[in-house]
Write a protein that binds this ligand. Structure first.
Ligand code: SAH
Length: 452
């Protein structure tokens, strides 16, 4: 066992899935933030729990050759990136290993082929969406990012993974708040007005949307803010007031009021145009999204005569990517606004063989199946909690030739693959894609084949 405040030398022999180094003392696991496997470090124990302890690095005894100096000045405090102390190549290898471990441990899939993670040539300024919490700091209003495991706001003059215009918009909103004494939100009391600044940038069109999340349906002296944004943000196409009076961690409320410009902005991906609205999901890394979708469409191996389901379709992107190679595409998505966007995206791109339904995939797909509507190939791209078992059961009954599973969470992916492999499907290959460089998150595309 170890004691709090104990100082010891530790060999780092593994990594947690959040990217912490792991060492062992007499078989007891010690997690060390910022340590890399293969290193020897002097640590101080800061917390002892039942099955593991947490320690802080006090000194390096042997450094890893995969270590690098973090490029962000607030890296240690900010909760955004967690892997900047490793080289980019090492982060890609780490992410692949997370996938391999999850597949083996949760999915009992030890011999599946997991390819090397597809990374970015230049993994900076890649995000098209930023969400800056706004609050009161020690010396006035602040906007930035939440610190790791806390709601303290860390200020960063610029963030290397965001589009530069996102940081600029955040600064302009903060300037307006300070100059005009606009009350910022207090999470504890629920008082105040401005909670978040959210930005969305169409990388390929240059269109910018700025969303001010506030507790009230009117923004004091809004015209002053809009004047500044119009003056300093090239491509400004939309300013939205999103009303969220509810306490809690959900950033956006249901109601959007357009203060300037359009209700939506546009972006293009793979030659198709997409409409982006405040509430609908749109992949945050456009360059890697094309890589991901291309892989997904390759894995679908379409011949042109198939009915294809695009489940958890968001604004229809994957299905519309695949539409020219299929007979018919049916998309299902729970956010009604996203479904409307998917329909208009199909229309604007001249795609006539795609239809979209609003509802839960686990309810809509069984209904379609009951009516005799079946898929030959299915794409699923669920949120972090993975697929509902009811959906998986229906897919097993429907028995499509192929399922292409796009996942942002290797542990629920592994759980769902275990279900499918026990029910007549075989996992052929897994391709991790680095959608979120420098964070611990990893996205995968999986090719799943029906057994004959
Ligand atoms: N395929 C899209 C969206 C993926 S994100 C893209 O690549 O852009 C996951 C989507 O699933 C979100 O749009 C979310 O609103 C939707 N969703 C979450 N739970 C759902 C459910 N049970 N049924 C249908 N859609 C759901």
């Amino acid at each position: 066992m170890v004691r709090k405040d104990e100082i010891l030398d530790l060999e780092i022999t593994g990594m947690t899935h959040e990217g912490m180094g792991v060492g062992k003392k007499d078989g007891f696991a010690i997690f060390v933030q910022g340590a890399v496997d293969g290193e020897k470090v002097g640590v101080k124990i800061i917390k002892v729990l039942k099955s593991y302890a947490v320690a802080r690095i006090e000194a390096f005894i042997e450094k890893s050759s995969h270590r690098q100096e973090p490029f962000c000045p607030v890296y240690k405090r900010c909760g955004g990136c967690s892997l900047q102390h490793m080289t980019y190549a090492k982060t890609l290898a780490f992410k692949r290993q997370v996938v391999v471990d999850n597949l083996a441990r949760i999915g009992s899939l030890s011999d599946v082929r997991v390819h090397d993670t597809l990374g970015m040539a230049e993994p900076i300024n890649y995000r098209n969406k930023a969400q800056y919490p706004v609050g009161m700091g020690k010396s006035g209003p602040v906007a930035g990012f939440f610190a790791r495991r806390s709601h303290e706001i860390v200020e960063a003059p610029s963030c290397a993974i965001q589009h530069p215009l996102s940081d600029k918009a955040k600064d302009i909103v903060l300037g307006y708040i300070k100059a005009l004494n606009i009350p910022v939100y207090n999470e504890t009391t629920g008082h105040g007005i401005i909670r978040h600044v959210v930005t969305k940038v169409g990388f390929n069109t240059g269109e910018v949307m700025i969303i001010i999340v506030a507790t009230k349906p009117e923004l004091p002296k809004a015209n002053k803010l809009i004047y500044r944004l119009k003056r300093d943000i090239p491509g400004l196409a939309s300013v939205i007031l999103n009303v969220n009076p509810k306490p809690g961690n959900v950033i956006l409320g249901d109601r959007n009021i357009t203060l300037f410009g359009k209700d939506t902005i546009q972006d293009t991906l793979g030659g198709l145009a997409f409409e982006i609205s405040p509430l609908s999901f749109y992949q945050v890394n456009p360059a890697q999204t094309e890589v991901l979708y291309q892989k997904a469409v390759d894995y679908a191996h379409l011949q042109g005569n198939e009915t294809v389901f695009d489940l958890y379709c968001g604004i229809g992107t994957i299905g519309l990517f695949a539409a020219s190679r299929a007979k018919k595409v049916i998309g299902v998505e729970v956010v009604p606004e996203a479904v409307e966007a998917a329909k208009s995206n199909a229309k604007h791109n001249g795609i006539e063989n795609a239809e979209f339904y609003a509802g839960l995939a686990e309810e809509v797909v069984p209904e379609l199946y009951e009516k005799g509507i079946k898929a030959d190939v299915v794409f699923v791209d669920p949120p972090r909690k993975g697929c509902d078992e009811n959906l998986l059961k229906t897919l097993v009954d429907m028995a499509p030739s192929r399922i292409v599973y796009v996942s942002c969470n290797p542990s629920t992916l592994a759980r769902d693959l275990k279900f499918l492999t026990g029910s007549g499907f075989q996992v052929e290959e897994v391709q991790p894609v680095d959608m979120f460089p420098w964070s611990e998150h990893v996205e995968c595309v999986v090719r799943i084949q029906r057994e004959n």
